[in-house]
Design a protein around this ligand. Sequence first.
Ligand code: MLT
Ligand code: ZN
Length: 490
Amino acid sequence: MKHEVVGELEKILGKERVSTEIADLYVYGFDASIHHVTPDAVVRPANAQQVSEIVKLANRTETPIVPRGAGTAMCGHTVPVKGGIIVDMTQMNKIKELRVEDLYCVVEPGVIYDKLNAELSKRGFWFPATPGSGEACTIGGMVATNASGMRAIKYGATRDYVLGLEVVLPTGEIIHTGTRTLKNSSGYQLDRLMVGSEGTLGIITEITMRFTMKPKASGMTVAAFKSLKDAGQCVSNIIAKPLLPSAIELMDSVCIKAINKCMNIGLPDCEALCMIEVDGHPVAVEEEMVTVEEICKSTGAVSTEKSRDKKKIDEWTQARKAIMPSLSRYGEKFVSVALADDMSVPISRIPEAVVAFQKIAEENGVVVGTYGHSADGNLHTKMLVEPYSRESWKAGEKAVGMIYDKVLELGGTVTGEHGVAITKAPYMQKERADSLGAMRAIKHALDPKNIMNPGKIFDWEGSIIYELRYPAFLEPSCSSTPCNQCDNEH
Ligand code: MLT
Ligand code: ZN
């Protein structure tokens, strides 16, 4: 990055909102993915006008620019692979309007998901997208990735709640998309294009979003199965009944063992289990829980336990949320990493998918934990790799390719909720082969100098195990230069 850019940033924002401190640059090089690249500068704007000035400067000087919320992205969305400026949006964190009578609110991008829900909840409403990182992730980041979580089957994803956006385009121009009304057929739905664009088309500076009523009651059933296939079949049987649960979380024995080891919660020691949540009017919840139990038993559940007690439901939900960190303690030499981590398949193909994932893991000698928001077909796999072993990463990468090939064969997608960025890029490019040209044309029309989050999605070339946060390829002969970029033997 050109040296004078920092001085200009300081003029726009004041010195206190710009950092080139080595420690800041280092930490802003991470998100929750396996990747790391150090940026050249970090800025923390306070309003849309400042964002616009920063972007104009980046455009004029052709400096890469990467917007960032809480950094909970799992595929490298905020890792600045081409260097440049990280724009930390967390200082823009006000709820500007909250209108229950109109069913919408207007928020800045740095508002944290759980904080927004705490405000909505006081009034009997919620934004039910339920990302696993809800305590930390920002609404701006959720919009940028079309994030969701366990309740998407009933309540949809972030895209379904966005009514309008204020966006700073790559030229620095500020535009407003969408409306404050619940319906809108007014021209191209540019907000729909921006949702899920992962910071490649502009920087979101304000979000107008709808919300919905909180259910009066909920209940959860935990059903244990003797095979992962039976558990997968149970998901499909519940949906086809027809019955609309608010969530079905499936997990395999690797995940169950990891949770029991870390949390001492005593989940049934079985091959697979489903946590099935229903919500709504208390009478409906009671009835649906009876139906759910019948379906679980007729699909081969070896045990079921159900509860309408909030404390118990929270305990089970916390156990589910703890899968990812718990997997890192599954075996001493392993860390759990986000590779092939959030594919979606048609619901009826879940049994086939989960059995195939297990087989692929075995064939490649890797340990894989499979779990996920199975009610809508969204599955997570986490690979347990030895972080400093080149062979372990290579085996993981091979398994990833095979898993995604299976997902595509089953009519699925490589990412249901986390997005593409780096870690999914080669596989998404395969999935979307015939529309990559159209995506590139849109990108080029809005960002001809390619300054906004460059090197991601259709722009990433090569393997996903480069730019790693782990010095797996660091060999003694090149100890001063981590060989993340280099595929040579040393
Ligand atoms: C979740 O479901 O908790 C999140 O998507 C993170 C993950 O486990 O991959
Ligand atoms: Zn998830």
